[in-house]
Design a protein around this ligand. Structure first.
Ligand code: HEM
Length: 514
């Protein structure tokens, strides 16, 4: 019974009223009490507290579309009882990336590890500093495996031998599969097969090819021999992987978990194969496995860790290839631009590809890559605040999280121009060579955790696109509107299409080369 009405309830006047009227009054007083409680709470939270702590970021009132007159000051949200600060100003973002003292990435990684099923013992082993003279990857500063892992990623993924190995493997993989006979026989998901052409669902095709190539480059042939359907299984997992990022309760994630388990089981069988029986894997895979075994981490945990590698490796490249090809298909004149520019990269005699030429002499293609990821990247960096920290003149209190969403930066008209909402790769050409160095360009995050896989992703996607456009004609199979990106779900890089919409494309072998 609400407190306010108690005194009235015990009066003879209340007792004298008919029961129907008494019930109505009860309901009315409940509503008044609820409203009053909400009003007092709101007054306290959004009016009194900001007066007491004027330097704390303002709390965003629920569902108010633009905050505080678009000042872009840091603000706070409360989701499921947890306070999350959000910063959107490029300078604040740059300051946050620079701060590795009181803004930590580890907490986020550990939460993802737990959500994927890693044990506490494994997490502890990975975050414990290791001796400087340990065997394996050099550790002169006595760091934990969690910190060394980043350096190991860089060793594999930054320009140099490791990245060249990956690129050669991608190329070999695409090369043998990208001919009409193989597309006709190998793409079980083809919608139509005619004499000389094939109709394919573009996203499904990009997913199959890019995931399989990524898997082959990191895990060699054996993983595919253990389970030939992992690429398909991964797509099911990946489309639901926002449930991992939101840390959904186990009860609600059956389908996502089933697919994840299939991949983890295959990875466990893979590491149970003696290393001498595995071939063609990337340096990183074996080195990481050795490091974990040296810490006595069990095979279940190792397979779970490898699953997260499989995830970051494969989630974005397939979607980036899809978006780049979609944009090009909606402006078909760009197909010829790519063909003309990349033709000299192919040796006239044997068709062999000069990769250096592709990396350094193709500004149009490079600009199309930049524009594609500007339009379709939607990740956010997350940091845990370990001590009160001032950003943008506001105090972010320890124990809360900081979210740095990048997407809105990529549509800033003062940086990308009035056409920022549409695809126009020319903005990245000579006009503004420094655009990718600007603090509003963040498809790969920033600071000490900036994506180490960005070069590999670009090389993999561009190889696929260039081979495709040089070897085939491609067009839409009947008019279809451009799918809309699904901005509603958190991702680790590039967005999917809303409602998983795909495009049907007709692919025909080209008679002449470029
Ligand atoms: C277009 C493709 C890609 C995009 C847009 C992308 C984006 C990102 C973003 C936004 C982050 C988080 C950065 C932060 O929080 O500051 C990240 C982290 C990471 N990415 Fe990528 N990524 C892509 C491809 C790849 C590929 C192919 C790999 C290969 C293994 C990869 C490996 C990683 C790793 C290991 C991290 C964690 C870095 C760390 O812990 O320090 N990414 N990526």
């Amino acid at each position: 019974m609400p407190f306010l009405t108690l005194s009235f309830h015990f009066t003879p006047a209340f007792d004298a009223l008919p029961e129907r009227v008494q019930n109505k009054l009860d309901l009315f007083s409940c509503i008044i009490m609820l409203f009053l409680s909400w009003f007092l709470w709101r007054l306290w939270r959004f009016t009194v507290l900001p007066q007491i702590y004027p330097d704390d970021p303002r709390e965003l009132l629920y569902l108010v579309p633009s905050h505080f007159g678009n000042t872009n000051d840091p603000f706070a949200l409360t989701l499921a009882g947890a306070k999350i600060y959000v910063i959107t100003k490029p300078k604040d973002v740059a300051d946050a990336y620079r701060n590795t003292e009181s803004l930590s990435f580890n907490e986020f990684v550990q939460a993802v590890m737990r959500a994927c099923g890693n044990t506490e013992a494994c997490i502890q082993a990975i975050y414990t500093p290791l001796p400087t003279d340990k065997a394996g990857f050099a550790n002169p500063h006595g760091k934990s495996l969690a910190t060394l892992a980043r350096q190991m990623h860089i060793h594999q993924l930054y320009p140099g031998k490791g990245l060249d190995f990956l690129e050669r493997t991608f190329l070999e993989w695409f090369d043998v599969r990208m001919n009409m006979e193989k597309l006709q026989s190998g793409c079980s998901y083809a919608i139509k097969r005619n004499d000389g052409d094939v109709v394919l669902p573009l996203m499904e095709w990009c997913s199959d090819f890019l995931i399989s190539a990524g898997q082959r480059a990191y895990f060699g042939d054996e993983l595919g021999q253990i389970d030939g359907a992992l690429a398909k299984e991964f797509v099911t997992f990946d489309e639901l992987s926002w449930q991992v990022l939101y840390q959904y309760p186990d009860l609600l994630v059956g389908k996502m978990k089933r697919s994840r388990n299939v991949i983890q089981r295959a990875l466990k069988k893979y590491i149970q194969l003696p290393q001498s029986q595995r071939s063609g894997e990337a340096w990183f895979t074996k080195a990481m496995e050795d490091e974990m075994r040296a810490l006595n981490i069990g095979e279940e945990d190792i397979a779970t860790m490898l699953m997260t590698i499989y995830w970051v490796l494969n989630t974005s490249t397939r979607k980036a290839a899809f978006w780049l090809l979609s944009y090009v298909l909606y402006t078909p004149s760009l197909i010829q631009v790519i063909r003309n520019e990349t033709k000299p990269a192919f040796n006239k005699a044997d068709g062999k590809l000069n990769l250096d030429y592709l990396h350094n002499q193709c500004p149009q293609l490079n600009a199309m890559w930049n524009e594609t990821i500007r339009m379709s990247a939607s990740a956010a960096s997350v940091r845990f605040i370990t001590a009160d920290t001032v950003i943008g003149g506001k105090v972010l209190r320890r124990g809360n999280r900081l979210l740095i969403p990048f997407r809105q930066l990529h549509f800033d008209k003062s940086v990308f121009g009035e056409t920022a909402d549409s695809f126009d790769h020319e903005r990245f050409l000579e006009k503004k060579p420094s655009l990718t160095q600007s603090s509003t360009w963040r498809p790969f995050g920033g600071g000490g955790t900036m994506c180490p896989g960005r070069h590999a992703a670009k090389r993999c996607v561009l190889l696929f696109v260039v081979l495709l456009l040089q070897r085939f004609d491609i067009e839409m199979d009947g008019w279809q509107s451009l799918p809309v990106a699904d901005e509603g779900k958190p991702v680790l890089g590039i967005m999917s299409t809303r409602d998983n919409r795909d495009l049907r494309v007709r692919v025909t072998a080209r008679k002449t080369f470029a």
